[in-house]
Structure formats: structure tokens, C-alpha cells
Design a protein around this ligand. Structure first.
Ligand SMILES: Nc1ncnc2c1ncn2[C@@H]1O[C@H](COP(=O)(O)OP(=O)(O)OP(=O)(O)O)[C@@H](O)[C@H]1O
Length: 293
């Protein structure tokens, strides 16, 4: 199965251009869609999930035309939106059984097996009889993925699932995602760079509605390898450094700014060559997009 997005554009009624000529080819396995707040990730996810219409462009999933054959897409889609409501007084077991019915698993025995297996897989078995209102953020997200996995979907979309999770719950959630399998398309939308570095063989960076990088993390990092330098500076000297160099990022380490800079030519003068990271690519591409518009 391959998801092909071609020249997708969307402008909302308020004039915001959320997607600008987006083209992506997404193979089976985990695909990371990385971008800052407002980049257009949710707009893209909702369009793929048949919840909103683009102004122009096309999307196909295998032989399915996503924009015109919505019912076919919905049969093979599992979608975990950024925000979802739960019925706080109902247990995970009961609600999952209900959703399984909606997903078309009519046979009660089959439904029970599916629900049991998903509760085990998402590590919610021990809490299956607990009311969802008492679940932690991580447990809620794991319940969300259990719902998304009902009916063995071929395309799974998870929109910023790790935001707000503590590190243990985040790791647990990401482990769960990576276990889902290599034979389905899994799109993980996130603004957390490590989520993508650790998990995704393929990825794209999106900024202001446009794809500004795509490939494997290694390919994308390769585009700036050998062109990243780091230096320690003083707070007072930061503005001047920014004026003279293409600063990728600056972080305070023990109160002192450590600055990473992109340069096509070798830098000496207090700069050391640095190993390029996906975070460098991310900040570099975003900064360039801000400058160019
Ligand atoms: N229904 C809507 N009507 C008008 N503008 C919208 C609508 N939905 C999103 N936008 C705007 O479109 C742009 C892209 O938003 P979108 O939610 O797709 O980005 P995002 O990358 O998912 O951001 P976040 O990480 O904050 O969720 C933003 O400027 C947002 O304010």
C-alpha cells in the first residue's frame, strides 16, 4: 500500500493558506510528519482522513481515490485525532466493544476477542473495567490507539499523540506504534523531533503549509552534513553572531549560550564542526522558510 499525495492545496474561509501544493509519497511503515504549531499538519491529516476537502490536488491509497471514495478509505482507516472526547463514566472495555460494533464487527464472540487483544496490546488490560474519566493522559492516548486499531486498518493516522505525555508514557506509546507493523501505512504527526529520529524510516518537514524537506532521516540530515558548526558565546554577543551567521539554534548550557550555525564554507575562529542532527535540519529549514516566506 502506498499513499500518494499530489499538489494538495487548501485555503480556509478566513484566508489562511494551510496547505500549499503539498506532494508526498508515503510507503508502508512509520512516516513522521514534523512541523511547528500551525504548519498545516492537522489540516493534512484531516484531509487524508476524509474529514475535510482540499481546494485542489489528489490523494490515492493503493487503488483508492481518497477524495472521491471516502467509504472505501474509512473501511481501512484508523485515525487518532489530536483531541477526542471520551465518555468519562464508561469503562474502556465497554466503550471499545461499542466502537468495535460501529466498525462493523457484528459477531459478539469476534468482537470480544478483538477487544481483549487490543486491551492487551495497549497495556490497558488491568484497567479495562475502570471508568475512562479516571485514566491518565498516557492511558487515554493508548485507549485512543486501541480504538484506531479496531478492524485491522491499512492506514493509521495519529495526530500529535505524544504531546503532554511524560517520558515513560511517551516511550510506551511510541513502542506501541512501532509494533503496529511494517505492512500498514502509519503517519505520525508531531512537533517533537526525537519522535521521528527514533522511529520513522521516512519523514517530511512541513512549514507554513509547504513541504520543506522529505526523505529518510539519514538522507535529510545528509543535506546539511559537514555544514554545521557550534560555538560558545556570551549573551551580549548573540545579536552580532546572528547578524553575521545563519544561526540554526541557540541553547543556554549552564547559563552560557551554545550556538549552532549553518555555513557552506568552513568556519574557524572559535567554531567547531558539529555532527548534524535532525533537529538542526528542522530548525534550519524553518528559519529559511521564515526568511523567504
Ligand atoms: N477550520 C479552520 N478554519 C480556519 N483556519 C484554520 C482552521 N483549521 C486550521 N486553521 C489554520 O490553518 C493553519 C494550519 O493549522 P493546522 O491545525 O493544520 O496546523 P498544525 O500543524 O496541525 O498545528 P498544531 O500543531 O498547532 O495543531 C493555522 O494557521 C490554523 O490557525
Amino acid at each position: 500500500m502506498e499513499l500518494r499525495i499530489r499538489n494538495l492545496s487548501k485555503t480556509y474561509a478566513n484566508g489562511v493558506r494551510a496547505l500549499r501544493d503539498v506532494s508526498l509519497t508515503i510507503p508502508n511503515g512509520m512516516f513522521g510528519l514534523l512541523g511547528p504549531n500551525g504548519a498545516g499538519k492537522s489540516s493534512l491529516m484531516r484531509t487524508i482522513a476524509t474529514l475535510q476537502e482540499p481546494d485542489s490536488g489528489s490523494i490515492t491509497l493503493g487503488d483508492i481515490d481518497v477524495l472521491t471514495e471516502k467509504d472505501r478509505v474509512r473501511q481501512v482507516l484508523g485515525y487518532l485525532p489530536q483531541e477526542f472526547g471520551l465518555y468519562p463514566g464508561i469503562s474502556a472495555e465497554v466503550l471499545l466493544d461499542y466502537f468495535a460494533g460501529l466498525k462493523g464487527i457484528r459477531d459478539a464472540r469476534e468482537r470480544k476477542l478483538a477487544v481483549e487483544s487490543l486491551l492487551q496490546q495497549t497495556n490497558l488490560w488491568a484497567a479495562r473495567k475502570k471508568a475512562l474519566g479516571g485514566y491518565s493522559g498516557g492511558m487515554r492516548q493508548r485507549f485512543g490507539i486501541a480504538v484506531a486499531l479496531l478492524g485491522a486498518p491499512q492506514l493509521i493516522i495519529v495526530d500529535e499523540p505524544t504531546a503532554g505525555l511524560d517520558p515513560t508514557e511517551r516511550n510506551r506509546f511510541l513502542d506501541l506504534l512501532s509494533e503496529i507493523g511494517e505492512n500498514v501505512v502509519v503517519i505520525l504527526s508531531t512537533h517533537i523531533v526525537e519522535d521521528v529520529t527514533e522511529l520513522c524510516p521516512h519523514m517530511a518537514i512541513i512549514a507554513q503549509g509547504e513541504v520543506v524537506a522529505t526523505g529518510s532521516p539519514t538522507d535529510v540530515i545528509g543535506e546539511i552534513r559537514g555544514k554545521v558548526y557550534r560555538t560558545k558565546t556570551e549573551k551580549a554577543a548573540l545579536a552580532q553572531l546572528r547578524a553575521q551567521h545563519e544561526v540554526i539554534s541557540s541553547k543556554l548550557v549552564a547559563g552560557q549560550p551554545v550556538v549552532r550555525v549553518f555555513s557552506e564554507t568552513a568556519l574557524n575562529d572559535g567554531f567547531q564542526p558539529a555532527e548534524a542532527t535532525l533537529e538542526d535540519v528542522y530548525f534550519h529549514r524553518l528559519a529559511r522558510k521564515e526568511r523567504v516566506g
